[in-house]
Design a protein. Sequence first.
Length: 444
Amino acid sequence: MTFATLGLIEPLLRALETLGYQTPTPVQAQAIPAVLAGRDLMAAAQTGTGKTAGFALPLLQLLTMEGPKVAANSARALILCPTRELAEQVHASVAEYAQHLPLTTYAVYGGVSINPQMMKLRKGVDILVATPGRLIDLFRQNALKLNQLQTLVLDEADRMLDLGFSEELANIYRMLPKKRQTLLFSATFSDDIRLLAGQMLNDPLSIEVSPRNVAANTVKQWVVPVDKKRKPELFVHLMRKGRRKQVLVFAKTRNGVDALVDKLQGLGINADGIHGDKPQATRQRALDRFKASEVQILVATDVAARGLDIEDLPLVVNFDLPIVAEDYIHRIGRTGRAGNTGEAISLVCADEVNMLSAIEMLTRQTLTRKMEPDFEPEHRVPDTDASGQVVKKPKKPKKPKASGGGGKRNLGKWVDSGEVAPAEPSIKPVRKVPVFNTGPRKKK
Ligand code: AMP
């Protein structure tokens, strides 16, 4: 099956070709024809299944082929997401898919000034990606009207309810035109989600796909706490100790990729790197050599690794944690596929604690920490768990200063010495305001 046989138009096929998507994923194969036919959808699909393209591609096609031009302060399609990170990520994907279409896209979320968002909405946007709270603010301030809305997408609906957005969703529901297409995506289908679906959807088609790369049981995941400056040394140590053959390594930045590759090559280790600054042909060559086992270690940024068609790998290393928690699932989904077991090791330093916390909250698990002898960090990584809490240990009382100072070295041991970003989780804490649910809230 190809994207062309699913009935997608040429400008979308061209965008997919650039992105290197060759075959539709199962959720795409089911969702695309159904959405093009105007059906409502209730899809059990997690991050990593390709669900974003599953709703975005047919949505873009419908908006291109049908309907009036967008009016001022209006949106023709609305994609609701639980977090700012997901909203940004979904918007980035939608914008990539829409690159050859005459459509406008925009993302709005809280935590930033509302004024530029109001300005941007003046001309109207075809596709608006939004978090629920900010959407309501914009609506109440008359910056956004929803009477032109054709399609509503609820992305990660279960997480929206988990994060306490049920009241906001009920409000938004009242703001929507009755005649519309609604697509609901959720990893889980609790009673609350079914209730929401019952109210929002009209004769929906149900789709269920087995997740391609859930933070799966088949992937053994753990974290090695380490000081930032010692990460390269620790990485080399772990590779040598484990006699690792093929490893995909993720670094946060392009410079990070280059620095690690230089270091590894300097040590005679067979490594190569891919990132957005490198021409496509160079990236492809590095990837081909990695696949052919001519390169042992491939270091990549998230963007460069997107859509990489790599067979199952035994080990993925997060040299840096991803800024967007969902990327963690994409990253580790490169291992433990098709029933194989895999490993995912994350090297985590103290100032990545909020990212660690966001990942644990997203994957609903506390990652095991394993100290590597001789690499115990001087800057402690504060405790975290799946609730999104970062536990700071109380500061040890300072010893009276010996004459001559020299206190700086001691201070460095403590997380509140200024080495760590403040513990503001990147995902909103849980608020429980059941509104759709008429009965008592069920324990998940
Ligand atoms: P999602 O589940 O939508 O977050 O997508 C997971 C990842 O798979 C993203 O990095 C997408 O760019 C990538 N992706 C989605 N569909 C395809 C496809 N048909 N072929 C290759 N990569 C894809």
